[in-house]
Design a protein around this ligand. Structure first.
Ligand SMILES: Cc1ncc(C[n+]2csc(CCOP(=O)(O)OP(=O)(O)O)c2C)c(N)n1
Ligand code: SF4
Ligand SMILES: [Mg+2]
Length: 265
């Protein structure tokens, strides 16, 4: 039953299905996403990031020549939902596998999708060497500051003070070290042609991040060398907070240390 708040606004009940079906305004499913459903948590930022990547592939008319290489994390679930060729890499090894694909098939557009756990904890050397070699590939890192899939543990990008499953009192630099700002580090590497950091916690950032993704693909298309976009994503489950608090939490925590912007172009 519909309730009314003291200020007169209506509270929509969510404990039971609505009495009548909602009206479908439009089908917003991008061409390259096979099914509209996925198993990621409500409020997760990763589907927004992946959606932006495949939208960019369509808009640049690269569908027929694109190959994605996935790392291992919650985002890996999407490797079954996309209508592009996908290869599955071992933890952290996606940039090396992508290197092999691109060298064997130079006319393809090759991109990786990895998380902060996969890319910075488990395979940091891979991405640094790929950047230094100036490999003409595009790497994306969805950074939520936790090993989301395995339960919300600290990663190398977790910010100081952030509460995770194994830093219950917050990350303490004395005990756990300092976070690694991967985009900043890669921007310093000769061979990296384009480096940026976006976020998906509000509409403005989603639009800005989409532009970065397009620019990264354009860099590869033009043969200018290694391109990288880090994307800050919400993980309400791994952050142990309410779903609706996650966008602001991202801005106040991860976003303060891992600043959004283009670092090299
Ligand atoms: C060699 C190896 N070690 C550990 C795991 C377990 N594992 C699976 S997903 C994952 C976390 C990945 O974290 P991240 O890349 O940040 O992705 P997220 O789930 O946060 O999106 C881990 C540790 C594994 N699959 N293989
Ligand atoms: S655990 Fe975090 S990263 Fe994984 S699906 Fe849930 S919200 Fe997304
Ligand atoms: Mg993660």
């Amino acid at each position: 039953m519909t309730k009314t708040r003291p200020d007169g606004l209506t509270i929509i009940p969510t404990d039971a299905p609505p009495a009548c079906a909602s009206r479908l305004v439009d089908d917003f499913t991008p061409d390259l996403i096979d099914v509209g459903e996925h198993h990621l948590c409500p409020g997760c930022g990763e589907p927004i990031a992946i959606r932006s990547m495949v939208e960019a592939v369509s808009e640049l008319e690269l569908v027929q020549r694109t190959i994605a290489v996935f790392g291992i994390g919650c985002y890996t679930a999407f490797s079954n939902n996309l209508d592009v060729e996908v290869l599955q890499a071992l933890h952290g090894r996606a940039p090396s596998l992508a290197t092999g694909v691109k060298r064997a098939k130079p006319d393809t557009i090759v991109f990786t999708v990895q998380g902060d756990g996969d890319m910075v904890n488990e395979g940091l050397q891979e991405v640094i060497h790929a950047a230094a070699r100036g490999e003409n590939i595009t790497c994306f890192m969805v950074n939520n500051g936790v090993f989301g899939e395995t339960g919300g543990h600290m990663t190398a990008t977790t910010v100081v003070g952030q509460r995770t499953k194994n830093t219950l009192d917050g990350r303490d630099p004395e005990q756990h070290g300092h976070p690694i700002r991967l985009a900043n580090l890669l921007a310093e590497v000769d061979g990296a042609a384009y480096v940026a950091r976006g976020a998906v916690n509000n509409a403005g950032n989603v639009a800005r991040t989409k532009r970065m993704i397009l620019d990264a693909f354009e860099t590869q298309k033009a043969g200018r060398g290694f391109s990288f976009v880090e994307i800050l994503t919400m993980c309400p489950t791994g952050w142990f907070i309410e779903t609706q608090e996650a966008p602001a939490y991202l801005a106040d925590n991860l976003g303060v240390v891992h600043e959004v912007g283009v670092l090299k172009s």
